[in-house]
Write a protein that binds this ligand. Structure first.
Ligand code: ATP
Length: 236
């Protein structure tokens, strides 16, 4: 699903600190189809930077990055936009839910960005309800997101990210705002999604329990991948 070879990324700094800040200095790793991969590393090591590249949000890097058979750097802006819509589901730590909409309308929101024709409202809501059932919040269909617990909000954000049946779900600190019981339930949900829907997961985390639950751990240290192994190796 993902093949990264020699990925280099620097930020250009302005002002008193003008110059280049190298963040990724030749990152190599693979993630196979249907795998659950955790990306770990100290604060500032470049985890979110890497997610932005994988998600097609930033094309300013060197090296080879292939996701679902596409070499991302060769895609035009229109092709990158289609890639983000069709191939990627995003889940952010700060849920990004719209509180003036019901939960089911939040889940169906990605339908409004479809380029290949419109789905009927009925089809949208059927899909949204099916997803809310999958993530275990079927009873919250008409509720406003603001009335949900942190764990329920994260489930809602995951349901929305799955709307277009993405091949790759990328998540930035999905349990960062959750208590340990809610975090454990979200991890169990990720494993179930991987087993039942075959979606590939790449999750940036500081949470050692996510790393331990993952099939593969990608640790970024000093701009390179320090370790790419299974979660159990990290625990040992
Ligand atoms: N747009 C930007 N312009 C300049 N520097 C940036 C930019 N975005 C990130 N950085 C810098 O790049 C480095 C890596 O940042 P990044 O957010 O990828 O790290 P991270 O591993 O995700 O950190 P955290 O765990 O704290 O979220 C940091 O030093 C950060 O300050």
């Amino acid at each position: 699903m993902i093949r990264a070879r020699g990925i280099r990324k620097s930020y250009r700094l302005a002002g008193a600190r003008a110059g280049e800040l190298p963040v990724l200095r030749g990152v190599d790793f693979d993630v196979e189809d249907g795998e659950f991969a955790a990306v770990i590393g100290r604060s500032g090591s470049g985890k979110s930077t890497l997610l932005a590249l994988l998600g097609g949000l930033d094309s300013d890097y060197s090296g080879e990055l292939k996701v679902a058979g596409k070499d991302l750097r060769t895609l035009s802006d229109a092709e990158l936009s289609a890639y983000r819509n069709a191939t990627i589901g995003f889940v952010f730590q700060a849920f990004h839910l719209l509180d003036h909409l019901s939960c089911e309308d939040n889940v169906a929101l990605p339908a409004l960005f479809r380029v290949d024709g419109k789905e009927s409202k009925e089809a949208r809501l059927t899909r949204a309800r099916e997803l809310m059932d999958t993530v275990g919040i079927a009873d919250k269909i008409g509720a406003r997101p603001g009335t949900l617990s942190g764990g329920q909000k994260q489930r809602l954000a995951i349901a929305r990210a799955l709307y277009h049946r993405p091949k790759l779900l990328i998540c930035d600190e999905p349990t960062g705002n959750l208590d340990s019981a809610s975090a454990a339930a979200i991890i169990a949900l990720f494993r179930r999604l991987r087993d039942e829907s075959g979606v590939t997961l790449t999750i940036v985390t500081h949470d050692p329990t996510i790393a331990a639950a993952a099939d593969r751990v990608i640790e970024i240290r000093d701009g390179v991948v320090e370790l790419a192994g299974g979660g159990e190796e990290v625990q040992a």
